[in-house]
Design a protein around this ligand. Structure first.
Ligand SMILES: [Zn+2]
Length: 456
């Protein structure tokens, strides 16, 4: 791919206007620490009016009570004002499996990378992006303190849902600050998380026989202590992140920005994402396709862009201290493509080399992300099979943006030999998912590319 980098004279800091977005109501799942919203709300209340984190997140601050559910909404489409984003864009992170369990000890693998990632997002990305990464971190922090997540035995539902959410309050607890520089704060965060997980496990051990005996008041009394401790940890994380992110950079930094094409809806177009190869940094574009990454250390970077219907676009960028550099991807093909499937040739592997981003192996198939459709829309589906493929492709129409639930109808399977089919979306469908049924292994063993194109 051709790439073109234009250094600009001076910087254009703060050139974007934060869009006022309606916080999307997030669906609660049955197996989730019941009161994430109330725990986060108690933490937000604890943060003083002048704290840097409030200023850094600006209009996105109150949305944290929604974004703290992000990891429970894995593989979903979230639609705001007619434009969609993929929740996986705030969960996919090199080094952290997107399907990591939220229970001890697995959840421990999220602590350090998600703490650093949220801190980077506050420094480098828009408040819209940063709030969603902070929400993901809050979820893992809060889940760690849920009695059945810290003590994964006994009846899970009652152990985490028998709690009086209306009584959660940390007004009388001190607000902790975990450290004054990145490394000491990260180390203090991990040490505090370990203590907090141990104490939650001890409460879980006490709750287990009470929940088994259906002693709801007994469970509630202990679970409330855990919920308040979750709020204390969340508040400490928020205050610490804000202080760290608002410190001036220790050495000179530069900035990158650009713009990628975004289709017009309806159906809601999915926002593109820009990733930095070999680093945990990425950012999701604004509804007009603009993106920026601030406070990058000077040097050469390879950038990757993911857009619906396109193979990943690549560009090289040279970050110069004190400069804001415009990055141009080879985007003419992207603008021309009306395709909607993310990573249609499975070649984007930013998070893990052995599996394609935006596809998930699920027992006997590779499942796609949700592809938005308009009810009654005509779609041309093209499949490039490999020579001896024995796989088949199933299209499932959906009216829920979550991976399960809602109304579903499947098209008859498409098998090798059939390379093109025209489909009509049912008049109730809002999206479709594709399942590539095959033996375990890389999806490129079966298919080279899938195109999902609306017929004009
Ligand atoms: Zn969870």
């Amino acid at each position: 791919m051709r790439s073109l980098v234009r250094p600009l004279a001076g910087t254009t800091r703060g050139a974007y206007a934060p869009a006022i977005t309606a916080a999307v109501a997030l669906v609660r799942l049955a197996a989730a620490w019941g009161p994430h919203t109330e725990i986060t709300a108690a933490a937000l209340q604890k943060i003083p009016a002048q704290s840097p984190i409030r200023e850094l997140l600006g209009p996105e601050w109150n949305g944290l009570t929604s974004w703290c559910w992000m990891p429970d909404r894995r593989r979903s489409l979230a639609v705001e004002n007619g434009v969609a984003f993929l929740t996986d864009d705030f969960l996919f992170l090199p080094g952290v499996p997107p399907d990591v369990s939220h229970t001890m000890p697995s959840v421990e693998a999220t602590w350090a990378p998600c703490f650093r990632r949220a801190l980077d997002a506050l420094r480098m990305e828009t408040p819209w992006n940063a709030a969603r990464w902070v929400g993901t971190l809050l979820h893992f922090v809060e889940d760690t303190g849920a009695p059945p997540h810290a003590w994964p035995r006994g009846p899970h539902g009652p152990m985490e849902n028998w709690v009086r959410a209306d009584k959660i309050s940390i007004a009388d607890s001190p607000l902790r600050v975990l450290g004054e520089d990145d490394d000491s704060a990260a180390a203090a965060f991990l040490a505090a998380m370990r203590r907090y997980a141990d104490e939650a496990a001890e409460r879980g051990r006490q709750i287990e026989p009470l929940a088994t005996a259906s002693n709801r008041p007994g469970v509630e009394a202990i679970a409330l202590v855990s919920a308040n401790e979750s709020a204390n940890m969340a508040a400490a994380v928020l205050e610490t992140l804000g202080r760290l992110a608002s410190q001036p950079p220790a050495s000179a930094v530069g900035e990158l920005h650009g713009r990628l094409p975004v289709a017009r809806g309806p159906p809601p177009p999915v926002r593109p994402k820009v990733m930095v190869a070999g680093h945990p940094w990425s950012t999701v574009c604004a509804p007009d396709g603009r993106w920026s990454l601030r406070r990058l250390p000077p040097g050469e970077y390879e950038l990757i862009a993911a857009l619906p219907g396109c193979s990943p676009l690549r560009a090289r960028a040279n970050v110069v201290a004190g400069h804001d550099t415009e990055v141009q991807f080879e985007s003419s093909s992207a603008a021309a493509s009306r395709g909607r499937l993310m990573n249609p040739d499975f070649s984007l592997r930013w998070t893990r080399p052995n599996a394609p981003d935006y596809w998930q192996w699920q027992k006997e198939s590779w499942g796609s992300e949700a592809v938005p459709v308009a009810p009654g829309e005509r779609i041309r589906l093209l499949v490039e099979w490999t020579p001896h493929s024995t796989a088949s492709l199933v299209v499932r129409w959906r009216n829920s943006y979550a991976p399960t639930g809602g109304r579903t109808a499947s098209e008859p399977p498409i098998a090798p030999g059939e390379t093109e089919r025209e489909l009509v979306a049912p008049d109730w469908a809002t999206n479709a998912r594709l399942d590539l049924l095959m033996r375990p292994g890389d999806p490129t063993n079966a298919v080279r590319r899938i195109s999902w194109m609306p017929v004009p």
